[in-house]
Design a protein around this ligand. Structure first.
Ligand SMILES: [Zn+2]
Ligand SMILES: [Zn+2]
Length: 356
């Protein structure tokens, strides 16, 4: 992984700090990729998949490099991720352009530079932190050497020779009195896979999300935990809860039925949010309020406010009736819940990003 941000990174940047913490404490982490990661051999976008889980990795080495970004010299923190199964990762293709059996990456919250040249957001430095060498767990001593200037150990990352990789040292990123070339070949010893410590293996947790609760005792299925996605135990795919009546796997169609109770309108009428509700349409939202209409038939009468959503994507109707004429509406509310529960009324949820 090769990742870039706008300016210098420091060990105190939020994303760098988080990864250094994993490195220091020997904590494995889960790597995710999206379609921008060029070394992943499968077409995620073509399969309509946003992210793929690469599994559990530990950080074998952490170091800093100097890079030229947009004509500027900037400091980048780099991390070597090794798969905890002590082998090439399952998704790694041998004929890859990088002939290394590991994934390396800098931080920036593991966001890859976007194809349109946009830069990932960065977080300003807040805390002072220890230099790299003071923070690390055990390491291969033949790979690491101490710097004469700062006394801090750095690994020999490149075949060209050892250089101090402590970004705060005067000798940082110098080899034979000058900067290493922009394109360097990796040191083969540095590329060797390190074993994941067996004693830590016992502490590894199953990262697969547990099955959501489908039938709560109180029957209330409109709370937040019911809006989350689920992990399909049949095929492994993670899916959003995009259907009202059930969880459904976007890949194999496996379903988990939601079993809730119908909520009578009275039950909700007595809930007070403590917030005074009033209608307000932000002029920048693109939502248009249409003139108020009135309606009436033999059972009921009232007013309708219509809000037209931008790009012809639909309308929101707010139907108002006198408080003493609510009974027919309460029946509609109940009927609507029944139909939604049976899947006759098609309610769908989509992540905002995919709404056009
Ligand atoms: Zn140094
Ligand atoms: Zn599935």
């Amino acid at each position: 992984m090769k990742l870039q941000g706008a300016g210098n990174q420091t060990a105190g940047d939020k994303s760098v700090r988080a990864l250094l913490n994993n490195y220091e404490r020997g904590l494995p982490l889960v790597l995710l990729v999206d379609h921008k990661y060029t070394h992943f051999p499968y077409d995620l976008r073509g399969s309509n998949i946003s992210y793929a889980v690469l599994g559990l990795y530990f950080i074998a080495h952490a170091w800093a490099e100097r890079e030229i970004v947009g004509g500027k010299n900037v400091i980048r923190y780099k991390f070597a991720f090794h798969w905890i199964d002590n082998a090439d990762p399952w998704w790694w293709e041998k004929d890859n352009s990088m002939d290394v059996a590991m994934a390396t990456g800098s931080s920036d919250e593991l966001v890859y530079p976007s194809e349109d040249g946009g830069l990932p957001r960065r977080t300003p430095e807040k805390d002072r932190v220890e230099p790299l060498s003071k923070r690390r767990p055990s390491r291969d001593t033949s790979l690491y050497s101490s710097c004469r200037q700062c006394g801090i150990d750095s690994p020999q990352v490149f075949a060209i020779g050892w250089t101090c990789l402590n970004a705060t040292c005067v000798a940082f990123w110098t080899h034979a009195g000058t900067s290493p070339p922009e394109e360097c070949v990796y040191n083969t010893q540095f590329l060797q896979l390190l074993p994941f410590p067996n004693n830590l293996r016992e502490e590894l947790k199953d990262i697969r999300p547990s099955e959501p609760m489908t039938a709560p005792r109180d029957g209330i299925t409109t709370i937040k935990s019911f809006t989350r996605g689920f992990h399909c135990q049949n095929c492994g795919r993670l899916s959003c809860r995009f259907k009202w009546q059930q969880w459904e796997c976007s890949n194999c169609g496996q379903t988990l039925q939601v079993q809730g109770k119908m909520r009578p309108a009275n039950e909700l009428r007595n809930i007070h949010s403590g917030i005074a509700l009033k209608e307000y349409v932000n002029p920048f939202s693109g939502i248009r309020r249409l003139p108020r209409r009135t309606f009436s038939d033999k059972n009921i009468s009232g007013e309708i406010d219509t809000f037209e959503l931008p790009d012809g994507s639909g309308n929101i109707y707010h139907v108002k009736t006198p408080a003493m004429r609510l009974a027919p509406l309460d029946e509609i509310f109940l009927e609507y819940q029944k139909q939604a529960d049976r899947g006759e009324l098609l309610f769908r949820r989509w992540p905002l990003r995919s709404v056009r």
